[in-house]
Design a protein around this ligand. Structure first.
Ligand code: PLP
Length: 345
């Protein structure tokens, strides 16, 4: 029997309050722009992110795709981090559907890109090169272990892009985790981005959806691309209702997920065969190395102990989320202790 599911924060279920709000949501047809609950969510999200307007989309992937399609044309380049979700885990959508060249920029330990490298990639304009239109930054950085980039770290990257006329898109799938960890308003972290998307269905624990924010013209254009992708939804207020509740009740709570992640990380750091940099455990993601080619076996043995975890051949990750408490973390630690003792260093 599965007792603790730590594969991702995406496995979290909506709270009773969210389910009630979804049931009771006042609805219209959002394609006609008259779904009041969706309009309320979009207004609230735009205000919290310090932008003029917002649009609900089906997922984080669709948010990034719409943002890129709306800001880069066919044959343009988007600069993306080597460890970015856009480059590694979104099925190459921007290239396949938008003809956009994704140019990887090396990310450092915490997932940030060197401004000098951004600058060199963006300039000079040259007829041999695809023109560079957009710079993408991710916060928090999933593949770097959920690191939260500060306003200053983002600003140096954004400035390097802006110098060459690039627009800046922020994949803020877990931006509120960064805001909580850094004790900085999300609007401040998003201030240097022209567009920013955040996910409702990760740490915010909603069942579906993301919200993309930016200036009014950009959001108008984003609505056109969302329509083209088949992503314009009708009585989407049932989804938005959970989002409104989440923005009220799920943000401060993320500090618990971060504390649970730290507790888990500190415990497994003591176990044989675990390679983890505790200084990178800043939010709700715990990434760590295990002995080469033993990752799948560890996952399967943990599953036998009732604990689900995500990862690959030699890297694994735990992601605490809404619904996981300190006792669940103890169960995961005990299971890890048993499995790692069997596997050995
Ligand atoms: C940083 C980041 N961006 C985007 C996404 C995509 O979100 P979705 O799964 O909702 O498409 C994820 C999903 O884990 C993510 O971690």
């Amino acid at each position: 029997m599965i007792r603790v599911d730590l594969r991702s924060d995406t496995v979290s279920h909506p709270s009773p309050e969210m389910r009630k709000a979804m049931y009771e949501a006042e609805l219209g047809d959002d394609v006609y722009g008259d779904d009041p609950t969706t309009n309320a969510l979009e207004e609230r999200a735009a205000e919290m992110l310090g932008k003029e307007a917002a649009v609900i989309v089906s997922s984080g992937t669709q948010s990034n795709l719409v943002a890129l399609l709306a800001q880069a044309g066919r044959g343009d380049t988007a600069l993306v981090g080597t460890t970015s979700h856009i480059l590694n885990a979104e099925a190459g959508g921007a290239s396949a559907l938008g003809g956009i060249v994704l140019m990887p920029i090396q990310t450092g330990e915490r997932g940030a890109m060197d401004p000098g490298v951004i600058s060199a990639a963006a300039a000079p304009r040259d007829h041999h090169k695809a023109p560079v239109g957009v710079l993408c930054v991710e916060n928090t950085q999933n593949m770097a272990g959920g690191t939260a980039l500060s306003r200053e770290e983002i600003k140096v990257m954004a400035d390097a892009g802006r110098q060459h006329g690039l627009r800046v898109h922020m994949d803020g799938a877990r931006l509120f985790n960064a805001a909580v960890a850094l004790e900085t308003p999300a609007a401040e972290l998003a201030a240097d981005a022209d567009s920013v998307g955040f996910c409702l269905s990760k740490g915010l624990a909603c069942p579906i959806g993301s919200v993309l924010c930016g200036d009014a013209d950009f959001i108008e254009e984003a609505r056109r691309w969302r329509k083209m992708l088949g992503g314009a939804m009708r009585q989407v207020g049932v989804v938005a209702a959970a989002g409104v509740v989440a923005l009220d009740s799920m943000i401060d709570r993320m500090a618990d997920d971060h504390a649970n992640a730290r507790k888990l990380a500190s415990a497994i750091a003591e176990m044989p065969g675990i390679d983890i940099d505790l200084s990178n455990v800043e939010t709700n993601i715990v990434r760590f190395g295990v002995p080469a080619h033993r990752g799948n076996e560890i996952q399967s043995r943990l599953k036998d102990e009732g604990v689900l975890i995500n990862g690959g051949d030699s890297d694994l990750r735990f992601v605490p989320h809404y619904g996981i408490d300190s006792e669940d973390i103890d169960i995961a630690i005990n299971a890890m202790d048993k499995v790692m003792a069997e596997i050995g260093g």
